[in-house]
Design a protein around this ligand. Structure first.
Ligand SMILES: [Fe+2]
Ligand SMILES: [Fe+2]
Length: 152
């Protein structure tokens, strides 16, 4: 799976993060296809979990800041991704080839970017205002995303 211009949500930072998630999933798919051992694949799987977590937190922070109405539904989708990733982690490499879990993950991501992520990006790009009560000082923005998720 490659990132294509039609995957763009119109926000460069988010597009860059999506490119990275797609790149990691493709690496894992390739390794599984070549039947590499878990010892080689596990680094990419950990990378995917860590990076996807920070990407989702980044998006969720934006959605809270801009008062996106579909916040809860969207975060539920993110949780679904992690449940599937946990299933992948519990499989052996040969099981992964047969189970199509990776294909599911790839299709999920593609659909999620094209529908859910484009939707919140449109909300932001349409000129939605920042909810002042949720805006932390600049230096604490990143920490707020990561440590204190809250629904507005
Ligand atoms: Fe998302
Ligand atoms: Fe995303």
């Amino acid at each position: 799976m490659d990132w294509k211009p039609e995957h763009s949500v119109g926000i460069r930072e988010i597009d860059d993060q999506h490119k990275k998630v797609i790149e990691i999933i493709s690496r894992i798919e390739q390794s599984v296809k070549l039947q590499r051992g878990w010892r080689e694949i596990v680094y990419d799987v950990v990378d995917l979990r860590v990076f996807a977590k920070s990407h989702f937190e980044f998006e969720e922070g934006l959605m809270r800041m801009f008062g996106y109405k579909e916040y809860t539904k969207h975060t539920g989708e993110h949780e679904h991704f992690f449940r599937k990733l946990t299933e992948i982690e519990s499989k052996s490499v040969s099981n992964l080839v047969e189970s199509e879990l990776l294909k599911f993950l790839r299709d999920w991501l593609k659909n999620h970017i094209l529908v859910e992520d484009k939707s919140y990006a449109e909300h932001i790009l349409s000129g939605a205002s920042i909810l002042k009560a949720t805006v932390p000082t600049l230096t604490s923005v990143k920490l707020t995303y990561i440590t204190t998720p809250q629904v507005v």
